[in-house]
Design a protein around this ligand. Structure first.
Ligand code: SAM
Length: 353
């Protein structure tokens, strides 16, 4: 099953309801999810998956290895095992399962940093204040933290690091499909706007030796990028440009890639970013390549509809369907050049008009 499947049941959401309860009470299963997520976050935070990487251990051994209270840890581990993320053995030892292996630091294909970011108080507290968003339309994040998300992360380098590390793991099968299906090799010079630390640009360049790239993101974000390009042997093919995409975007590229970034902004701000790109395109035929969740229609399952609420609460942003994408891009001077299938992550290509 993948998020592509068209019903919540097929996508795995049926397990959220407790079938042992009468239908009117089954939604209490969502509360179990809160308990499980809270317990798992603590386990990851103190480093249990890392401490299990070399093999099964008892709660007492894990308590010593992680500097935690063995009895409290045993109870939380037992809950996480009951929820199906760790294995609890009859001899009292706990072991990783294929699902928890991805929570070990640096695990290939893992999601530890993404999990810690997505469950961090900075993304959790907005849900405590979501009714405020409903009443006012304002991002709950501002209500909870007193500043917009990016101003807050800029002022808190530890939180910015949590975000930037997570973005390195912002990679799912839908993205592999895009790499397989879309020919980035037809471009000569590709800008990754809001490209984080350059993870995706590096992959595009690796896959297409004839291309060069420009990484355009905030100064404190790109500060970490050079090392990645050095390690990948790509330094000669990349220009790193500290950028405020509301003020302008580097010119001279024939493709402007912008992934999981426009959804962070409301339509007015998204249009401003797109206008910066349009200005950089000038009178060339450079393409705009947007990678985002492309929402399905009413009544259909779509994980993007849940992510949309997070965008709303944290950033005042939004996920969009095809018409909404066409509207914001048209306002900046772009017209559609492809027709991807809605649902899951999609690459939308636009040409300048
Ligand atoms: C959700 S992240 C996406 C990163 C990357 N494209 C990816 O898919 O992993 C959004 C990015 O927008 C960048 N960003 C936010 N405000 C910006 C601004 N004013 N100018 C340039 N980049 C900005 C952030 O630094 C961050 O790297």
């Amino acid at each position: 099953m993948t998020a592509q499947d068209r019903t919540p049941e097929a996508a795995g959401m049926a397990g959220w309801f407790d079938p042992g309860l009468p239908p009117r009470q089954q939604v209490l299963g969502f509360v179990y999810a809160k308990w499980a997520v809270g317990a798992l976050r603590a386990v990851v935070e103190v480093g249990v998956p890392d401490a299990l990487a070399d093999g099964p251990r008892t709660a007492a051994e894990l308590g010593a290895a992680t500097g935690t209270d063995a009895d409290a840890l045993r109870r939380v581990l037992r809950a996480v095992a009951a929820a199906g993320v760790l294995e609890e053995r009859a001899d009292g030892r706990y072991a990783l399962t294929p699902r928890s292996e991805g929570l070990v630091s640096g695990a290939e294909g893992g999601i530890r940093d993404m999990f810690l970011f997505a469950t961090d108080p900075m993304l959790w507290r907005p849900y405590e204040n979501l009714a405020h968003t409903l009443r006012t339309g304002e991002p709950a994040f501002v209500h909870a933290f007193g500043a917009p998300f990016y101003a807050y992360t800029k002022a808190h380098p530890d939180k910015a690091a949590v975000l930037d590390r997570a973005m390195l793991q912002n990679r799912y099968p839908g993205m592999d499909r895009i790499f397989d299906e879309f020919d980035f090799g037809r471009f000569r010079r590709i800008a990754d706007v809001g490209g984080g630390r350059g993870h995706f640009l590096a992959e595009v360049l690796r896959r297409h030796p004839g291309t060069t790239g420009v990484l355009a993101d905030q100064e404190h974000t790109v500060a970490e990028a050079k090392e990645l390009f050095d390690e990948a042997g790509l330094t000669d093919r990349v220009t790193i440009v500290p950028t405020d995409f509301f003020a302008g975007v580097p010119a001279g590229c024939d493709a402007y890639f912008i992934k999981n970034t426009l959804h962070n902004w409301d339509d007015d701000k998204a249009v401003l970013i797109l206008r910066s790109i349009r200005e950089a395109v000038g009178d060339t035929d450079a393409r705009l390549l947007i990678v985002e969740n492309l929402l399905r229609g009413p009544g259909e399952w779509d994980i993007g509809k849940l992510i949309d609420v997070e965008s709303l609460a944290v950033l005042g942003g939004r996920e969009r369907g095809r018409e909404e994408w066409n509207r914001v891009t048209a306002a900046a001077g772009f017209a559609p050049a492809n027709d991807p299938v809605p649902g899951d992550v999609a690459l939308l290509e636009y040409r300048p008009v």
